[in-house]
Design a protein around this ligand. Structure first.
Ligand SMILES: Cc1cc2nc3c(=O)[nH]c(=O)nc-3n(C[C@H](O)[C@H](O)[C@H](O)COP(=O)(O)O)c2cc1C
Length: 247
């Protein structure tokens, strides 16, 4: 039963059970069928959600994955389900479509989740994904610099990029163009992705590309915009010329 508690809703569910290997294959087939539908509908590729508390995250996160078969118990085993899904999707969509895997330490209501061993675990996850069907990895966090492992403050996306040899999309805490530039030049990213700043400033890429000074509006980074919601702030049409040149 859903049980929502607190200001930032905490949702509790019944105790999970272990999926059979046959069920894992059936779920992976479902991912592949969904990906095929997406490319048939015109998508250039798909991103598999292995982050933020969802099913694949539960396999990749050691404190949740208590399995003792080949799908749990080591970083290599913990990513095996994600790799299986990647292989099935690749077979379904062919070699030319983009296939990305999103990863995070955070769960859906577990914002301080840390991989045990921090950097070493990220390195092992990255290395295990080196031989996989994924074209790129996507690191999600509220602050991409935050690896929560005091012994080695190397940003997690930097570690994953190094260990996997894959291009990395980095997300979390990038607010202005200079932040994106820093992520790209630091070795933490090949591309950046934005969440909250885009809600407040849908023209963010155009604003940044223009190089013009811009009156960035303050907004609560957790809830996007400080309540009460003011959609005038969410899309400040009065402040800018919305007719940005098309790329
Ligand atoms: C209100 C809110 C809802 C979110 N919902 C999702 C979601 O459904 N799926 C998801 O993958 N990430 C979700 N995220 C996380 C964002 O994708 C992103 O990782 C996070 O906001 C950090 O990026 P940012 O600093 O650019 O906002 C959500 C974030 C916020 C603030």
């Amino acid at each position: 039963m859903r049980n929502i508690q607190g200001d930032w809703p905490k949702v509790t569910f019944g105790k999970a059970r272990e999926l059979s290997v046959a069920e894992l294959h059936a779920i992976a087939d479902g991912f592949a069928a969904g990906a095929k539908r997406a490319v048939e509908a015109g998508a250039d590729g798909v991103e598999v959600h292995g982050a933020n508390g969802y099913l694949l995250w539960q396999f990749i996160t050691p404190k949740i994955n208590l399995r003792t078969d080949e799908f749990g118990g080591s970083p290599e085993n913990n990513v095996r389900f994600a790799k299986l899904i990647g292989e099935k999707i690749r077979a379904a969509i062919g070699p030319d479509k983009l296939l990305i895997l999103r990863l995070s330490q955070d769960g859906v209501d577990d914002f301080t989740g840390a991989w045990p061993g921090g950097t070493a675990y990220a390195e092992a996850v990255g290395a295990a994904l080196r031989e996989s069907a994924y074209d790129a990895l996507h690191w999600a966090s509220f602050d991409y610099l935050d690896n929560r492992f005091p012994a080695d403050p190397t940003p997690m996306p930097t570690v994953l990029k190094r260990a996997s040899g894959k291009p990395v999309i980095t997300n979390g805490g990038i607010a202005e163009g200079a932040d994106a530039e820093a992520a790209l030049t630091s070795g933490a990213a090949d591309m950046v992705a934005l969440g909250r700043p885009l809600f407040a400033h849908p023209d963010w890429p155009y604003i940044v590309r223009s190089g013009a000074a811009y009156p960035w509006l303050p907004f609560d980074r957790k809830y996007v915009i400080q309540p009460p919601l003011d959609f005038g702030h969410a899309y400040p049409m009065g402040l800018v010329d919305p007719k940005w040149p098309q790329p």
